[in-house]
Design a protein around this ligand. Sequence first.
Ligand code: SF4
Ligand code: SF4
Length: 290
Amino acid sequence: MSLINQSLPRFAVLQLSGCAGCEVSLLNANEWVEKYQLVYMPLVVSTHTVPEDTEILLVSGGVRNDEDVYNLRRAVKIVDRVIAVGTCAISGGVANLGDRDEVREMFMAQANRHHLPHLLPKSRPIDAFVDVDLYLPGCPPTPELFMGALTGPENFQASSIVCQECGRKKLKDMRPKHLLGFQQGEVLPDICLINQGYLCVGSSTRGGCRAICTRPGHPCVGCRGPSDAYIEKESSVWFDRVQQVFERLTDIPPQEIYDALHSPQLSLFLFQFADYMGNGGPARSKEKVL
Ligand code: SF4
Ligand code: SF4
């Protein structure tokens, strides 16, 4: 499927705070492919900002932080038409539900207690409450991983880490001095993203996704969780290992790598690694993780 045709109307998808489910729904459709040109969507089109000649802006996700406000205001100045897509853009969505006073009041009201669930102070993983037979990590898991979980782990073959599924070569003589950040600049094919200055954590992330992000050039952010070698270890062990890989392949100052690994950009997935050790729930054994 080609997303490039210069004569077609150009549209962008600005993702604010949300789960990317709307983007996946759009990508699963093919009705628009011959009629519109997708010029920006961080999930798949790595232009750094919405291009100046964009005509239509689809906005998904809610406004949860000041970067969302900035990106939204900047993008709407460029385009002719703005379309709010989905529940999160229109009303904040699930992430906003517990923040809304009227919703909390409704859930807490005596009259509703017979009919509505009580809100807990925090959301928790399910194994804080019940035993789990198999964990299927991924955000989202690929169709192949779903099939592996359904048909049984014994029928699913995967490499232990993402690097082994990636195919990019790690070079000893291409040593960046600083990190580039996410999705900035050109990405060379075939060469490890670490050699190119990108913060890729595929070296300690469990395989099975077939390196769906790194092969086209997006650094792995660790959504599949820790590989078997780290699953029953403190997250400091895992962090140290990633740091060592960067020190072996780059001349980036260790503090710069440390700060990047402990940054908000990676927090969604990297801080979940602690859950495997038992963080309010049981420790998760590697035999139970696909
Ligand atoms: S570090 Fe990332 S880019 Fe490099 S080989 Fe591993 S998964 Fe691929
Ligand atoms: S490459 Fe990394 S971030 Fe992408 S799906 Fe695989 S584990 Fe998740």
